[in-house]
Design a protein around this ligand. Structure first.
Ligand SMILES: [Ca+2]
Ligand SMILES: [Ca+2]
Length: 269
């Protein structure tokens, strides 16, 4: 009896340890593997970005399992700020036992992050999942840097340079700040993957620090294109020299994909 009790205690300690496991470190360029073996279990992986980084994350999981993957920024006081969540499930006919999904490319500021993996319901299996993270330096002025959801955190866009970003969630909003070097006509060449419906809003700065919307373009990318990107050009608009903000987001009730979008600002004096 004593032996059974002590075995029971060991089992309880092991399962409790699994549910509240210490976060593990995740290194760019490597793969981590773990599993969700019980209801309520959350796996945490810490990621240190020493510079602004474009992260590509692939998630390989068992076709019968479901997962919710969340990326949190860790503040100086240790608190978590959720910046991204994606659900992974597979509903099709599978050739293999596992399926590989790529998340949106996440371009983030240097800092500490925590990737959390959990199960949304009772669809867990003890089979392993694999997360692979690769990273490259963000090119300022040519890529978005999250979190750019507010004008004060806007990413920089340079005239004539193609800027690449992505909507990592339906609610994602990306602000860019740019400078119009002279009075002239601004044209915005845009590109996105098939099926996206994006809104581009242009703001000028008034009264020193308020934004006032100057124009808005509703662009859909439902035409079949030749390559991966479908290109649309927003109608030109005459602007005075100065600082402007551009907001990119999904249209209300519109479609979006996790693929990159891009745009290029062209000023003709
Ligand atoms: Ca974004
Ligand atoms: Ca954003």
């Amino acid at each position: 009896m004593k032996r059974i009790l002590s075995m029971l205690l060991v089992i309880i300690l092991i399962t409790a340890g699994a549910a509240f496991a210490e976060p593990r470190n995740m290194v760019i360029g490597t793969t981590v593997t773990d599993n969700i073996s019980e209801y309520g279990e959350v796996d945490r992986f810490l990621l240190d970005l020493t510079g602004d980084t474009a992260l590509d994350i692939t998630f390989e999981f068992d076709v019968d399992s479901r997962y919710i993957v969340t990326l949190n920024a860790i503040a100086n006081d240790g608190s978590f700020e959720k910046i991204f969540t994606q659900q992974f499930l597979f509903n099709g006919e599978a050739l293999y036992d596992t399926v590989v999904r790529e998340m949106a490319t996440l371009r983030y500021r240097a800092g500490r992050y925590c990737l959390e993996v959990k199960n949304p319901e009772f669809h867990f299996s003890e089979k392993p999942y694999y997360i692979t993270v690769t990273g490259a330096a963000v090119v300022p002025g040519a890529m978005e840097i999250e979190c750019n959801d507010r004008p004060k955190d806007a990413s920089e866009a340079n005239m004539g340079v193609q800027v690449v970003g992505s909507l990592q969630a339906y609610e994602d909003v990306d602000y860019y700040c740019f400078y119009m070097p002279a009075d002239g006509t601004l044209t915005i060449e845009t590109g996105a993957a098939y099926d996206n419906e994006l809104t581009y809003s242009l703001y000028e700065v008034v009264n020193g620090n308020e934004l006032s919307r100057v124009d808005v373009w509703y662009l859909d990318y439902k035409d079949q294109g030749l390559g991966d990107m479908i290109y649309k050009t927003a109608d030109g608009i005459h602007l005075a020299a100065g600082t402007y903000y551009l907001k990119v987001e999904c249209q209300d009730f519109g479609d979006f994909t996790y693929d990159d979008y891009c745009f290029r600002l062209i000023c003709v004096a």
